[in-house]
Design a protein. Structure first.
Length: 139
């Protein structure tokens, strides 16, 4: 008898419970979900691009000391071949560079180092002085 009463009461209550549960869950609009997903994706992409720009602008993950390698001069020998003078610490390296190959041609120690002009104007020179110097060379 108790089982019958329980079955009748539960069958009467289940539609009420289901109706309450269905009304408690709001139906999501597909356009709202898509907008949230797209906004989140754009935010993540913006963070990635911002971090990449900051790393490129300010950061360097090089294990070498800044300025330990510098290209001092380069001469083109053909359409794809070059000779490069590289400063590496206290040494200068003369390298032959071709597609897929870099070869050391010569290593110059401290006593053999080739002096190279920087080609940059002096820090105190004004634009007018530099222009006069350049036009004076041509005439």
């Amino acid at each position: 008898m108790k089982a019958h009463v329980f079955a009748v009461v539960s069958s009467l209550m289940s539609p009420v419970l289901l109706a309450d549960a269905a009304s408690a869950v709001p139906k999501a609009l597909p356009s709202v979900d898509m907008a949230k997903s797209l906004t989140g994706l754009l935010a993540v992409l913006a963070v990635i691009f911002t971090l990449a720009w900051l790393l490129r602008r300010f950061g360097s993950f090089s294990r070498l000391a800044p300025g330990s390698f510098r290209v001092l001069a380069a001469v083109s020998l053909g359409s794809r071949e070059r000779v490069v003078l590289l400063q590496a610490g206290g040494k200068q390296l003369v390298l032959g560079v071709a597609p897929g190959r870099v070869e050391t041609l010569c290593i110059l120690e401290n006593s053999e180092i080739i002096p190279v002009e920087s080609g940059m104007p002096s820090a105190g020179a004004s634009f007018a002085e530099r222009l006069h110097e350049l036009t004076g060379r041509r005439s």
